[in-house]
Design a protein around this ligand. Structure first.
Ligand code: CO8
Length: 258
């Protein structure tokens, strides 16, 4: 498909999606979110892809939803789901692992999109924030829900109520990002992590993702029970047989993702 607002590439078993509205700091408009949803759905159903990296450019991952587009929307425009909200959930539907590689600004909806990914690798230039309150609105794609789960209630309140930004070091200390790398190595590091994941068994990686995400939605005992059933399920895969056999034969496994 011919995309106008994103660039999609595949590198072996890794799908790379770059947000690409550089003049607007990758502000997320409906067209971009439609294209992102389409690209992610395509990569998610491609048997040749085992992991996806979502990134922006060196100045911005994304500086939020497009304020110019949103400014004149009425309550009914947004409530009906025709504009702005229509395609933001596609990212959550992706069953393969998705890594956000963030350099520069990840603000508002940009921070929310990064948090919808499975983990965030940040450049040392990354800046995270939920500044919506400064323009008379509030997070609408999970910012008030995922931020407190990631960084504590105190920091989430601070970020969402003052609108201040968090730099990469603070974001790592707070647990929002999994690691910080020098900006010039961001893509290389994110792609290397994605390559590692993509070479694991795909069904097992999907089960790990589903099981960790369950931790957000359940009590500890329900979550552990869910994990136990998933663990049982791994024994139904060919890759479990191959992985354990390869270990015993002291050779690398050859997963066939079945
Ligand atoms: N929307 C539209 N355009 C933007 C946005 C944006 N969010 N951010 C930046 N731009 C544009 C600027 O208007 C400017 O365009 P132009 O050159 O045509 O004037 C260009 O990008 C460069 O921006 P700046 O000149 O402002 O660059 P600076 O380096 O001076 O500043 C900042 C960078 C600090 C990032 C600044 O641009 C800024 O504060 N941007 C807005 C950040 C913001 O408020 N984000 C939150 C938006 S609201 C939101 O995301 C709600 C999400 C809800 C989703 C719900 C879905 C279900």
């Amino acid at each position: 498909m011919d995309y106008q607002n994103i660039i999609v590439e595949t590198h072996e078993r890794v799908g790379l999606v770059r947000l690409n509205r550089p003049k607007a700091l990758n502000a997320l408009n409906d067209q971009l979110m439609d294209e992102l949803g389409q690209a992610l759905a395509t990569l998610d159903t491609d048997d040749g892809i085992g992991c996806i990296v979502l990134t922006g450019n060196e100045k911005a991952f994304a500086a939020g939803a497009d304020i110019g587009a949103m400014a004149s929307y009425t309550f009914m425009d947004v409530y009906k789901g025709e504009y702005i909200t229509r395609n933001w959930e596609q990212l959550r539907k992706v069953r393969k692992p998705v890594i956000a590689a963030v350099a520069g600004y990840a603000l508002g909806g940009g921070c929310e999109v990064a948090m919808m990914c499975d983990f965030i690798i940040a450049a040392d230039t990354a800046k995270f924030g939920q500044p919506e309150i400064k323009i008379g609105t509030m997070p609408g794609a999970g910012g008030t829900q995922r931020l407190p789960r990631a960084v504590s209630k105190a920091k989430a309140m601070d970020m969402c109520l003052t609108g201040r930004m968090m730099d990469a070091a603070e974001a790592e200390r707070a647990g929002l990002v999994s690691r910080i790398v020098p900006a010039e190595r961001l893509l290389e590091e994110a792609m290397a992590a994605a390559k590692t994941i993509s070479e694991m068994s795909l069904p097992i990686a999907m089960m790990v993702k589903e099981s960790i995400n369950r931790a957000y939605e359940s009590t500890l005992s329900d979550g552990v029970q869910f994990e136990r059933r998933m663990f049982h399920g791994t024994f139904g895969t060919q890759d479990q047989k191959e992985g354990m056999k390869a270990f015993l034969e002291k050779r690398p496994p050859k997963f066939n993702h079945q």
